[in-house]
Design a binder for this molecule. Sequence first.
Ligand code: FAD
Length: 476
Amino acid sequence: MKAFDFFHLQGKEFTSFFVQRPLKIVNVGKPFPMNAFSTTPLPNIPPSQFPKVVIIGAGFAGLKLARMLNKKPFQVILLDKNNYHQFQPLFYQVATAGLEPSAISFPLRKILHHSKNVIFRMCEVKSIDRSVNRVFTDAGYVEYNYLVLAMGADTNYFGSRSIANFSSPMKTVSEALYIRNKIISNYEKAINIQKLEDRRSLMNVVIVGGGPTGVELAGAMAELRNNVLPKDYPELSFKNMKVVLIEAGPSLLGAMSEEAKNHALKYLQQLGVEVLLKTMVEDYDGHRVYLKGQAPIETQTLLWAAGIKPNRIEGLEEKSYAKNGRIIVDEFSKIKGTETIFALGDLSLMQTEDYPLGHPQVAQVALQQAKNLGNNLPLIQANKTPVKFKYKDLGSMATVGRKLAVVDLPFVKFQGILAWITWLFVHLMAILGVKNKLLIFLDWSWNYLSFDPSLRLLIKPKYVKESERKELIEEK
Ligand SMILES: Cc1cc2nc3c(=O)[nH]c(=O)nc-3n(C[C@H](O)[C@H](O)[C@H](O)COP(=O)(O)OP(=O)(O)OC[C@H]3O[C@@H](n4cnc5c(N)ncnc54)[C@H](O)[C@@H]3O)c2cc1C
C-alpha cells in the first residue's frame, strides 16, 4: 500500500551521555554448529567505549534507525547484503523502463558519510547466538549489546515450486531490472516469429496480485503496450497482446476505500487491462497460467506480486514467531522473551488494541517504528522508561497510469489527475538525495511529454566466473 510521506531520515543531535553497559548474557538459546564464520570476528571494527547496536538490514526501518542513532552515544553497526538502500515503491517503474535502477537505489556509504559512529558492512547475516550476544555473517561475527532485526520480507509463492521457478518476483531492484530485460527480450524474440499463435505467449503479460504493486505494474504495462511498444515494433500487432491482472479476492486494493477500489478497476479497464477478480491461480509451467475453473492463459511472463513472507535468520526460538512467520514483538518493538533484541518493519508483528492483527507491512510503519526505537534506546540504556509505539496512519495511495491515481487520506479521498499529481509529489519528496530527485523529475517529465520512456535497453549480465558468482550474482 502506498503510505503517505515515507521519509524523515534526519538523525537527532547528541544530547546526553550514557555509560556503556558491559556485555551480559541474556536469553540463552541453543548452541550453534561451528562453521567458518563462527570463529573469526568481522575485522576492522574500531574499539568503542559505547554500547554496540547491531542493525540487520538497511531498508526503511534499519536505515532510519541508524540515522536516528547518528551522533548518539552508541557504536552502530549496520549490516546489509547489498551496499545500497532500495526504494521499493518505484520498482515497477524500473521494471517497465520508466526509471533507471540507480535513480531509486542509494549507496549506503554515501548516505552515512557524516555519521561517524555508524559503521556499515556489506554481508549476509546467517544466524545469531543469544547465549554470547553474537551475530554471524558470511564475513565473520560481531557482538552486540542491542540487536535490531530489520530484514524485511521476501516473495511468498505459497508453497508452489513451479510458480517459484517460472514466475518473476519484484522484491529487489535486481528483480525489477530482470523483468525489464525479460519483457524487452520477449519482444525482440517475438518479432522474429512468423505465426501469431507462436508469438502469443511471448507477448502476453500476466500479473498476479491486485494490491498496489500489481495495479501499478498492470497500468504501466498497459501504457507501454498502448503507446510505446507499437512504435518500437511496428511489424507486430499489439491488439493481440493481453495484459491480465489476476486477484483472488473480490476487489483490487483490498485495504483501501470503496471509492479507491472502484476507480482503480475502472482506470485499468480504460487502459485495456483484463482484470480477473475472485480468480485463483493454480499452477504455471513457464508457458501457461492455469486458473481454477477457467481456461489457461498463455504467457512466458508471469509477474508475481501476490504475497510476501518475512525473512528469517537462525537463532530465535520458535515461539518468537507467529503463524505467518512474523516475529512477535511488544509495544516497544522488543522481541517477546528477550531483553535486548528488537524487530522492526515488515518482519515484526506488534499486536495492539488498534491493530489486533498487527500493523500493515508498509514503509510508514517501518519508519515510525524505527523512529520510536531510535528515541527509546537512549532511554533504555539510561534505565529510564521507554515510550510505547503508536502508529499514525498518514493514508495510502496508488497510481494506475498517466493522470490516473487514487488517494485515501485520513480526512479526504480523491481520485484522478489531482490524485496523480499528489502521488508524484509524495514519491518525489520521499526519494533520498537531490540528484536522484532531479533524475526522477527529468525522467517523469520526459516520459509525460514524449510518451516514450527511453530506457528500453536490454543489458544482459555478462557471464560470471564460478569464483566470482557469490559476490556478483544475487541468489534466488
Ligand atoms: C514492489 C513493492 C512496492 C511497494 N510499494 C509500497 C508503497 O508504495 N508504499 C508503502 O508504504 N510500502 C510499499 N511497499 C512495502 C515497503 O517497501 C515495505 O513495507 C518496507 O520496505 C519495509 O521496510 P523494512 O525495513 O521492514 O524492510 P526492507 O525495506 O525490505 O529492508 C530489508 C533490508 O534487509 C536486507 N536483508 C534482508 N535479509 C538480510 C540478511 N540476511 N542479511 C543482511 N541483510 C539482509 C535487505 O537487503 C534490505 O535492505 C512496497 C514493497 C514492494 C516490494
